[in-house]
Ligand binder design. Structure first.
Ligand code: PXG
Length: 299
């Protein structure tokens, strides 16, 4: 495994950051979790744009251009020789001193880690997840906008601990008004009478890249899709519920807070969306392999 740090590649054992990095000391930094399938990076441009938006919101200067970041990411995939997997882009505030002032950090650090990922076994995609509503509320956007994909995930981790304690796969997080925000690393979708509903990002969620893909797929398949405030009642009484995320992809929910969703089996809308999702990710996206020199110009 070769890990990119600030323009150099390091073996796993030697890939290290300073204990004075504010990413470690204060969670001051941002990241993206990106999937690649069949030698193609899924929605790379959208991930790079979201990284830059997170940086803008935090007054964090990324020390390279979007084109340079894209090339560094593709090069990391090439040197690691993977076809399918997960790549983590991290930008930390960089090395500073003890004291939270970001002005003391001279230069942000860029880290790129390519690996493999498998969140849930295939069985759960067939059967659906059991989830719970947790007591931990999604943090208010007035305090820390959940749209910033920051290195501070403690709000989500507190929720995940509740899910673990309940033996659930995920935790449904509500906002302070009691409306559904999202799960700990996934956006939430509800299907009722053939229509798809999902909370607006302003309810307290990340603007998920997979979420965006579901909007495109729904439009293509002519399934009506609407952003609307949702409550637990809407989840309990839904025909189908599914979650989306880079890691989870599109995953059905079977049960929430002991209520069985629909007839307890992943429904037809979830099936159609999942099928199209799986086709799209294998055939679209940014290819990262260089053509074999002998083949260049062969056709
Ligand atoms: N909400 C939150 C809070 C997330 O962290 C999503 C929704 C789904 O967004 P995307 O863009 O992935 O469709 C996320 C995504 C990890 C990991 O390693 C976390 C995410 C994605 C990939 C890996 O924990 N979070």
């Amino acid at each position: 495994m070769k890990i990119y740090i600030d323009g150099e590649f390091y073996d796993k054992e030697n890939a290290k950051v300073s204990v004075f990095d504010h990413g470690l000391l204060y969670g001051d930094g941002i990241f993206e979790g990106i999937r690649f399938y069949n030698g193609r990076v899924r929605r790379l441009e959208a991930h790079i744009d979201r990284l830059w938006d997170s940086a803008k919101a935090l007054c964090l200067t990324i020390p390279m251009t979007k084109a340079e970041m894209t090339e560094a990411l593709l090069e990391t995939l090439r040197v690691n020789g993977l076809e399918d997997g997960y790549v983590r882009l991290v930008v930390t505030r960089g090395v500073g001193n003890l004291g939270l002032d970001p002005n003391r950090c001279e230069r942000a650090s860029v880290i790129i880690i390519a690996s493999t990922i498998s969140l849930y076994p295939e069985e759960l995609y067939q059967k659906g997840l059991m989830i719970i509503t947790c007591a931990t509320r999604r943090m208010s956007f007035a305090a820390m906008p959940p749209a910033i994909k920051s290195l501070n995930y403690l709000n989500n981790i507190l929720a995940k601990i509740e899910a673990n304690q309940a033996g659930a796969a995920e935790a449904l997080m509500l906002n302070e008004a009691g409306y559904i925000a999202e799960c700990t690393a996934d956006n939430v979708f509800v299907v009722k009478k053939g229509r798809i509903f999902t909370p607006p990002v302003s309810a307290g969620s990340l603007r998920g890249i997979t979420r965006g893909l579901v909007f495109e797929i729904a439009e293509e398949l002519e399934i009506p899709i609407t952003e609307v405030e949702l409550t637990r009642y809407d989840v309990f009484t839904a025909d189908e519920v599914f979650l989306t995320g880079t890691a989870a992809e599109v995953v059905p929910v079977r049960e929430c807070d002991t209520r069985i969703i629909g007839d307890g089996k992943p429904g037809p809308v979830t099936h159609r969306v999942t099928k199209r999702f799986r086709e799209l990710v294998r055939t679209t996206g940014v290819p990262f392999k260089k053509a074999e020199p002998a083949l260049v110009g062969a056709h």
